[in-house]
Design a binder for this molecule. Structure first.
Ligand code: PXG
Ligand code: PLP
Length: 438
């Protein structure tokens, strides 16, 4: 791709984008409704990715638009430091009904990255509150994505997101990832790899449990290309962390909001962590918002000393923003009314069937799925990522479908309102792209 970038695209330094390549041939979306975007040239594009894993109830939902409009007109902004307004209180009460048992406190943020940094800070401070300030070590996992804050990239396990930024947080370790060759083409949960959780035992043996504050993992790794947990793996992590007084954090920024068949993956897999990070689907992507769900015992550990004392020195100007809270409430209404948390479970078999129909196409190395998440991984060419990008590019321009490529993996996560025929349409556009791209 060459040619001078179009001047009207100059000033915006785009996030996680090949800016020069994009600006030589921009892919612009100008409107959206239900399952479709509309491109600048007027062509409708089937949304195979819920935007960036966030528009779970589909685009342009009127109830959310109305709630946001009304809220803006009534109370545009209200501080949440030493002041209150009704939205976040009501939203928190409603949300905890969907959270796993015992996680009944909600701290609001504005993004997944902020949720992750918030959860890590809460974990560190919790141990201090209990007189165990030497528990400072944080443990993530290879291939993990936990956003882009300094905490998140430190516990994250994606080399490109880390290596430009010099030394990160001290005292961080990483479990091995769970993407095993032997699990290729598993449907749903793979069988091999539960013992990888025992890496944590080795770190405990090496460093001492009393130096470890928390372990953070995505229940299903999303961003790196959909890696469902091996059968028994999450439970094993839970058992080890509990035995050693280490907090377990599930980063559910993607896996929450019905993506895997329940409000949270923790519920789908029957493993209850101590903290859950969330964002994206909380407001259907309409207004930025994130949240950390905390176990009562964690919250309660902070509630000591004089009542006039601020218990946690942390928060954002926009924590619990009234407009975000209104969008969150309207979104939750839709999820509940339309049974969307369950819908990905209902469609799971159909989705798996469609995805795995691609297994014999050229260069397909692995296919993975769970809930309404899926990934197709290709053999790389000499330059890693080229083939994945070409498939994505072909899907967008020729197949009129939006997919997401991460290296040589195409990840899919359509809105939960997708119909069975739209699943077929999406997969057939992907099949055509795979056949067309060598
Ligand atoms: N944790 C997880 C598990 C995520 O997936 C974040 C934290 C950070 O959230 P914010 O809101 O700060 O972006 C994420 C975000 C992709 C993609 O296509 C994934 C994310 C964001 C953008 C693109 O894989 N995940
Ligand atoms: N930087 C400055 C100079 C600020 O005054 C503030 C908040 O008051 C921040 C950063 C943090 O902004 P936010 O609360 O939106 O994260």
């Amino acid at each position: 791709m060459s040619g001078a970038p179009s001047p009207r695209h100059d000033a915006f330094w785009m996030p996680f984008t090949a800016n020069r390549q994009f600006k030589s041939e921009p892919r612009m979306l100008v409107s959206a409704k239900d399952m479709h975007y509309t491109r600048e040239d007027g062509q409708r594009v089937l949304d195979g990715t819920s935007g960036l894993w966030c528009v779970n109830a589909g685009h342009g939902r009127e109830a959310i638009t109305k709630a946001v409009q009304q809220q803006l007109a009534q109370l545009d902004y209200g501080p949440a430091f030493q002041m209150g307004h009704p939205g976040p209180f009501e939203l928190a009460e409603r949300l905890v009904k969907h959270a796993p048992d015992g996680l009944n406190k909600v701290f609001f943020t504005n993004s997944g990255s902020e949720s992750v940094d918030t959860a890590l800070k809460i974990a560190l401070a919790y141990h201090r509150c209990r007189g165990q300030g030497e528990r400072t070590r944080l443990i993530g996992r290879e291939k993990g994505y936990h956003g882009v804050g300094f905490g998140g990239i430190s516990v994250g396990g994606l080399v490109n997101n880390r290596r430009m930024f010099g030394p990160l947080l001290n005292g961080v370790d990483h479990l091995r990832h769970t993407q095993l060759r032997g699990n290729a083409f598993s449907r749903g949960i793979p069988n091999q790899g539960a013992e990888l959780a025992d890496d944590l035992e080795r770190m405990i043996a090496l460093h001492g449990a009393d130096t470890i504050a928390a372990v953070i993992v995505e229940p299903v790794a999303g961003s790196v290309g959909v890696i469902p947990p091996p059968a028994g793996y999450l439970q094993r992590l839970r058992d080890i962390t509990r035995q050693h007084g280490i907090l377990l954090i599930f980063d559910e920024v993607i896996t929450g909001s019905g993506r895997v068949g329940e409000a949270f993956a923790a519920r789908r897999f029957g493993v209850v962590p101590d903290l859950i990070t969330s964002a994206k689907g909380l407001t259907n992507g309409a207004v930025p918002m994130g949240a950390v769900f905390a176990a009562d015992f964690i919250h309660d550990a902070f509630m000591q000393g004089p009542e006039s004392a601020i218990e946690l020195f942390h928060g954002y100007t926009y924590s619990g923003h009234p407009v975000a809270a209104a969008a969150g409430l309207a979104t939750l209404d839709l999820y509940e009314r339309e049974g969307l948390f369950q819908r990905s479970l209902e469609l799971e078999e159909r989705w798996a069937e469609a995805l795995h129909s691609l297994s014999d196409l050229p260069h397909v190395q692995d296919i993975r799925n769970i809930g309404l998440m899926g990934a197709v991984e290709f053999d790389p060419r000499d330059t890693v990522g080229e083939r994945g990008y070409d498939v994505f590019h072909h899907c967008f321009w020729k197949g009129n479908t939006l997919t997401r490529c991460t290296a040589d993996t195409i990840a899919l996560s359509p809105p939960l309102i997708i119909s069975e025929s739209q699943i077929d349409e999406l997969i057939s556009a992907l099949a055509s792209a795979i056949k067309a791209v060598d």
